[in-house]
Ligand binder design. Structure first.
Ligand SMILES: Cc1cc2nc3c(=O)[nH]c(=O)nc-3n(C[C@H](O)[C@H](O)[C@H](O)COP(=O)(O)O)c2cc1C
Length: 202
């Protein structure tokens, strides 16, 4: 993956530094089945409240099932379609909203599903793959189109594939792909002892 330097106060694990949400996918490179399984195992071994494992992923492979891939792709927001068209694989992350042991609402289901998506993203980075999560899609349409039961909430679609080499990134994406990553300052996000008191950076 194209390496984007990030501004950190101390060094991070290489996987955390290297992961980023690129948009320029190499259409010609598909995801090997073994690598897909590694992504799914990474998600599967995420932590969850009560060990519920509320995440469910629906996966579409453009080569194996182009019709289904297209049906899923059509649910993306226009701005995402513009770049996601070259991704060989699409996924939908859904959360089961009820605990299986008592059928009561699981208010951590979305938290846990996001964590599983992040585990998968880290494994992808380790394999040289790129995952890009998207909130921009028609959740009602995809739920209906793929007959996803009402007790599951469709949270995010994800693209998976290999990034294009930097010198092959199309002009329409080049500026966005090369823009440095940025974050809010540490002390505005993380508090120590009391709300609003930024952590000590020294
Ligand atoms: C839940 C979620 C929804 C997102 N939705 C979109 C989206 O619809 N389109 C898009 O281009 N990026 C989307 N992103 C990617 C973010 O814009 C990206 O993660 C953020 O800008 C930080 O960049 P980085 O992942 O490269 O560090 C989404 C990310 C998350 C976690």
């Amino acid at each position: 993956m194209l390496k984007k330097p990030i501004d950190v106060s101390v060094p991070l694990h290489a996987l955390l530094e290297q992961r980023w949400s690129g948009r320029a996918y190499d259409k010609a490179r598909t995801v090997a089945h073994e690598d897909l399984l590694a992504l799914l195992e990474a998600a599967r071994w995420s932590p969850s409240c009560y060990g519920e494992q509320p995440w469910r992923l629906l996966i579409w492979d453009r080569v194996k099932d182009p019709q289904a891939w297209q049906l899923a792709f059509d649910c993306l927001a226009e701005g995402n379609k513009m770049w996601a068209q070259d991704a060989p694989m699409l996924m939908l992350a859904c959360a089961s909203l009820l605990f299986s042991h008592n059928q009561q609402p699981n208010r951590w289901a979305e938290y846990d599903t996001g964590a599983a998506s992040m585990s998968m993203s880290m494994q992808a980075t380790a394999l040289g793959l790129m995952v890009h999560q998207m909130g921009g899609f028609d959740a009602l349409a995809i739920q209906d189109r793929f007959a996803i039961p009402a007790e599951y909430r469709c949270l995010a679609m994800l693209t998976v594939g290999y990034q294009l080499d930097a010198d092959r990134i199309p002009d329409a994406l080049r500026e966005r792909e090369l823009t440095p990553r940025s974050r809010k300052p540490l002390e505005t996000l993380f508090f120590s002892g009391q709300w609003g008191q930024g952590v000590d950076l020294l």
